[in-house]
Design a protein around this ligand. Structure first.
Ligand code: SF4
Length: 93
C-alpha cells in the first residue's frame, strides 16, 4: 500500500490481497457495499502482525482514504479529533 514501500508493509497481511478491498471504488458504492467491504478489510487487519505500525503510519501521514490499521478513514478522523481534544483538556489542566 502507498507509493513508498516501508519495511512493515512487507509483513502486512494485505500485501498479496486486492487493494480494492481496502479502498473505496472510483464509482459510488452503496452503504451496504461499503460496510461489507470495510468489514472484510478489518477482518484481515485484525490478525495482521503490523496493525499498530500501519495505523501509526496512516495517522502520521494523514491518509485520507481506505482502511489502515483496522480503521476506516472516518474512524481515523474521529480518533485524531479525540486525541486533539484530550490534548487540549490536559493542557488546560
Ligand atoms: S493493518 Fe490492515 S491495512 Fe495495515 S498492513 Fe495490516 S492488513 Fe494491511
Amino acid at each position: 500500500m502507498g507509493a513508498t514501500s516501508v519495511s512493515w508493509q512487507d509483513r502486512g497481511r494485505c500485501r498479496d490481497l486486492d487493494p480494492d478491498l481496502f479502498f473505496p471504488p472510483v464509482e459510488a458504492e452503496s452503504t451496504e457495499q461499503r460496510h461489507a467491504r470495510e468489514g472484510a478489510a478489518k477482518a484481515v487487519c485484525a490478525s495482521c502482525p503490523v496493525q499498530q505500525e500501519c495505523l501509526s503510519w496512516a495517522l502520521s501521514n494523514r491518509e485520507r482514504l481506505g482502511v489502515w490499521g483496522g480503521l476506516t478513514e472516518r474512524e481515523r478522523q474521529l480518533l485524531t479529533a479525540n486525541r486533539r481534544r484530550a490534548t487540549r483538556v490536559m493542557a488546560a489542566g
